[in-house]
Design a protein around this ligand. Structure first.
Ligand code: AMP
Ligand code: ZN
Length: 117
């Protein structure tokens, strides 16, 4: 347990210690289906590099890495939800974050409502 991220569920998915329904993988990021989907298409776009949340990621990463993550979310959204999609990042308690490794939700396959709950 010397690696501080050894217990992180998304780091485990990267290492394939936990199986996920992967749909896209690049050198720096992974896209897989959410285990508890909130829409017919519910994908998670996850950087390889562990950061607890968006704020930590933008503080530690190159702006190119941040841009690449959004580019991958857009690629996944257009490919898997061609009718349109929503990208969501939850941070902190009020944001509703439950997994503390940055991830972008890509939701689609139905008409989204606004405002979110
Ligand atoms: P958030 O609440 O924004 O932190 O989102 C965490 C998301 O991760 C939730 O939608 C969970 O359903 C999803 N999740 C948690 N564990 C797994 C897993 N092992 N495989 C796929 N999705 C997961
Ligand atoms: Zn992690």
């Amino acid at each position: 347990m010397s690696d501080p991220n050894s217990a992180c569920v998304f780091c485990k998915i990267f290492r394939r210690e936990i199986v996920a329904d992967e749909v896209l993988r690049t050198d720096d990021a992974l896209v897989f289906r959410d285990l508890n989907p909130k829409a017919p298409v519910h994908l998670l776009v996850v950087p390889r590099r562990h950061a607890d949340n968006l704020g930590d990621f933008v503080a530690m990463a190159e702006s190119r890495e941040v841009g690449d993550l959004f580019a991958l979310a857009s690629r996944a959204g257009r490919e898997f939800a061609p009718g349109g999609y929503r990208v969501v990042v939850n941070e902190g308690l009020d944001g509703g974050q439950t997994v503390h490794h940055l991830h972008l939700h890509v939701l689609g396959g139905r008409r989204m409502s606004w405002p979110p709950g």
